[in-house]
Design a protein around this ligand. Structure first.
Ligand SMILES: [Zn+2]
Length: 62
């Protein structure tokens, strides 16, 4: 299965970030550092049955 490019806004600085998501994992949680402000973003990824990716970005320091 191909990796899917997902975009979101950094919850700290508002910059647009893109990440590659592996759609073979149904649910994933991980930390990605913002490319711009270098703060930790908590990412939650869910894949539905149509392999549609849903990504939620939250501050990792809450
Ligand atoms: Zn940022």
């Amino acid at each position: 299965m191909q990796q899917s490019e997902q975009r979101f806004r950094c919850p700290y600085c508002g910059e647009r970030i893109s990440v590659l998501v592996d759609p073979s994992e149904e649910s994933q949680d991980y930390i990605e550092d913002c490319e711009v402000c270098c703060r930790p973003i908590s990412l939650h990824v869910e894949i539905d049955s149509d392999e549609h990716v849903r990504l939620v970005a939250r501050r990792g320091d809450d």
